[in-house]
Write a protein that binds this ligand. Structure first.
Ligand code: NOJ
Length: 474
């Protein structure tokens, strides 16, 4: 399968490249920048939602699954982008948002029975805080996210048929598959019973109010696989990567129908060798991990792990076995934007969504107009300057993408000094020092790639550095 070891580049279309000067990225803009992705060496791009949307959740509130929002362009723009990507050997994944529509989707008015209603709310919580129920015309509708995102009822065969039609529509237009949004919320307890009080840790970070509940009825219903099977029917063997917000130990029912699930245990791990090792060990107990360390919800490598560790984080992300998702901007070490001032996204995620920076001009080459969110020091961090510099982050990422093609299958964790994460991929050994002091490196052969020049010297790994070596390792 093409995606087995693919690197899939996440494009956040609103912030990638503006082609018409309105300060918002669009599909023709993505097309203009495809050469960057081909040069970098990724296999595919994933477009966060491009569909018509009132944008209460920036496209994750879809009002028409078979169109393109005018902000991003037209269906013809999508077709042109898909063709241009194909010419460069790049596949295009779309974002399927199956669990909820926009409250402005005509379905909500025309087919209220396609949604989940109750006479009285239960104790289920919205991911963004507060009750997951809102009142309308004397009844309550369920919204696992914002109130503008009513949950669909996947036990209604008409919903299943409508979504199968959507899935097939974009595959027919050239999509290689989907990243499937919030899929653990697809089916809930049909009797809408309260979530019981928590009896143990959930296994992934939650909001304070969510940690008090077991979250066993509001999501992840035992018959989820029935609905997933219908999704699979609609896409044949095209790629389906699930955003399954569950610890990997609970992936099995999802992986019976999806190809991979995002590895959230690693995404949430602190930058500490033993914590990272435990997350990798837990996640690789079964096949099916799609590795991801950053995205439009959780922030960027530089900010999450520190600028000094961001290159090592990229090294780790891109040397684990299986598909890896690289968020736009991480290849140049772009940091999160200023503040969590909640200017656009009510959940405070604007800071993870600042525009891509192509050159050192004030708008970073993103737009000829006023960018919807300001650039973040484009004169210091931009693609153009880094492309010329063999020691830059973008050069490292490009080298990593080339090298990962020769790494052997599988992964074997290697014992190493405290503070050092090490694993073997066949003849290659990856070693990362997560600490601020020099540490002994595992006994290995010659370095073939280092996060910084001289990271590995005389058997020691410099502070905040990583290296890949090849050859003798025992
Ligand atoms: C996950 C998406 O990544 C996020 O941006 C969105 O708010 C929720 N799902 C709801 O669709």
């Amino acid at each position: 399968m093409w995606w087995q070891d693919a690197v899939i580049y996440q494009v956040y279309p609103r912030s990638f490249q503006d082609s018409d000067g309105d300060g918002l990225g669009d599909l023709p803009g993505v097309e203009q920048r495809l050469d960057h992705l081909a040069w970098l060496g990724v296999d595919a791009l994933w477009l966060s939602p491009i569909y018509p949307s009132p944008m209460h959740d920036f496209g994750y509130d879809v009002s028409d699954y078979k169109g393109v929002d005018p902000v991003f362009g037209t269906l013809e723009d999508f077709d042109r982008l898909a063709a241009a990507a194909r010419e460069r050997g790049l596949r295009v994944l779309l974002d399927l948002v199956p669990c909820h529509t926009s409250i402005e989707h005509p379905w909500f008015r025309e087919h209220p029975d396609w949604y989940i209603w109750a006479d009285q709310p239960n104790n289920w919580l919205s991911a963004f805080g507060g009750s997951a129920w809102s009142r309308l015309n004397g009844r309550y509708y369920l919204h696992s996210f914002y109130p503008e995102q009513p949950d669909l009822d996947w036990r209604n065969p008409d919903v299943v048929a409508a979504m199968q039609d959507v899935l097939a529509f974009w595959i027919g237009r050239g999509a290689a598959g989907y990243r499937v949004d919030a899929i653990d919320r697809l089916l809930k307890d049909p009797e809408l019973r309260d979530d019981p009080p928590a009896s143990g840790p959930f296994g992934l970070p939650l909001s304070d109010e969510e940690t008090k509940l077991a979250l066993t009825n509001s999501r992840n219903a035992p018959d989820t696989g029935v609905a997933l099977a219908r999704m699979r029917d609609a896409v044949d063997d095209h790629l389906l990567v699930g955003e399954v917000y569950l610890p990997s130990a609970k992936w099995q029912p999802y992986l019976e129908h999806l190809d991979a699930a995002f590895a959230f245990e690693l995404l949430h791990a602190d930058w500490d060798a033993s914590v990272l090792r435990a997350a990798i060990e837990a996640t690789t107990r079964r096949a099916g991990a799609a590795w991801v360390l950053s995205n439009h919800d959780f922030g960027r490598l530089v900010t999450r792990f520190g600028a000094e560790n961001a290159r090592s984080a990229a090294l780790m992300l891109l040397t684990l076995p299986g598909p890896a998702f690289l968020y736009q901007g991480d290849e140049i070490g772009l940091g999160d934007g200023p503040g969590g001032e909640r200017k656009f996204d009510r959940a405070g995620r604007d800071r993870y969504r600042h525009p891509m920076q192509w050159d050192g001009s004030p708008t970073g080459g993103f737009t000829t107009g006023e960018p919807w969110l300001p650039t973040v020091e484009p004169e210091r961090v931009n693609v153009e300057a880094q492309r010329e510099d063999p020691r830059s982050t973008v050069s490292l990422v490009r080298d990593l993408l080339a090298l990962r093609r020769v790494l052997a299958d599988g992964l074997e964790l290697v014992d190493a000094a405290p503070g050092v994460l090490a694993y073997r991929r066949g003849e290659h050994t990856v070693a990362i020092n997560t600490t601020a002091e020099e540490r002994p490196a595992p006994a290995t052969g010659e370095p073939v790639l280092e996060t910084w020049p001289g990271a590995l010297r005389a058997g020691a790994l410099a502070a905040h550095s990583g290296a890949i070596t090849m050859g003798l390792s025992r």
